[in-house]
Design a protein around this ligand. Structure first.
Ligand code: GTP
Ligand code: MG
Length: 242
């Protein structure tokens, strides 16, 4: 039996409410408005995955970017904070940009093939964002059920990858405008944008909201073994921090 592990987030407060970090063999979804830190946390995880730690030390990162917001240079000050060599960190991040929802699905098959061919090497799969392209590709009236069906297919692929290869899966979901619905989406964790399909697929859901300045508040939902709780963290030049 594979032993699951946790990857620290860069914030000890957030790690505490997550029971030590983001767990492997499960999907963790981070949702919230623009600029709440979803992508900054993704960048921080690229580095913390590779830090010394039980189950993940030196692990490689698979990063699927659908929004063109990955900035490799952002990893440098984060690596420096943890006394890690930035070039080595960058070399261990396998990056792919997805251009359509179909392309995103194909990339997941490539990820699975790579995880299969290099057993135990990859420790995290990051998808930023999980449904943005689906919103664009299935934006018409009457396309919602097809979108949800494709989304469910993708999530079951992702779930399988997390369990089969014992990796952390970190997915982001922006929660403001939903062009599919043609209306502004109110943040309500009971009614997520991806619908119940996404909410049910994620074992842990972290809702982010803005606090004062660079502070952000994370609320944890649906974690199987942790009670609902909140943590405050900061977005800094060196990534997510206390
Ligand atoms: P969307 O993708 O638009 O939904 O937003 P997001 O949730 O991914 O937000 P993101 O992670 O991009 O966070 C943006 C925030 O990070 C902004 O408030 C920036 O001020 C902050 N940020 C980014 N880089 C730095 C930095 O180098 N230093 C500091 N202090 N803050 C930064
Ligand atoms: Mg983002």
């Amino acid at each position: 039996r594979k032993a699951c592990f946790r990857i620290p987030t860069g914030s000890s407060e957030l790690d505490r409410v997550l029971g030590g970090g983001i767990e492997s063999m499960a999907i963790t979804e981070v949702f919230g408005e623009f600029r709440t830190g979803k992508t900054q946390l993704a960048h921080t995880l690229c580095v913390t995955t590779q830090m010394p730690g039980i189950g993940h030390s030196g692990g490689k990162v698979a990063y699927i970017d659908t929004e063109n917001t990955f900035r490799p240079d952002r990893l440098r000050p984060i690596a420096a904070r943890f006394n890690l060599d930035a070039d080595a960190i960058l070399q261990n991040v396998v990056y792919a940009r997805a251009f359509t929802s179909e392309h995103q699905m194909e990339l997941l098959d490539l990820v699975a093939a790579q995880f299969y061919s290099e057993p135990g090497v990859f420790k995290i799969l990051i998808i930023d964002s999980i449904i943005g392209l689906f919103r664009v590709d299935y934006s018409g009236r009457g396309e919602l059920s097809e979108r949800q069906q494709k989304l469910a297919q993708m999530l079951s692929k992702v779930q399988k990858i997390s369990e089969e290869y014992n990796v952390v899966v970190y997915i982001t979901n922006q929660m403001t405008a939903d062009p599919g619905a043609g209306m502004t989406f109110q943040i309500d964790p009971k009614k997520p944008v991806g619908g119940n399909i996404l909410a049910h697929a994620s074992q842990t859901r972290i809702m982010l909201r803005k606090g004062r300045g660079e502070l952000r508040v994370a609320k944890i939902y649906d974690s199987p073994d942790m009670p609902e709780s909140e943590a405050t963290f900061a977005i800094t030049e060196a990534g997510i921090n206390d």
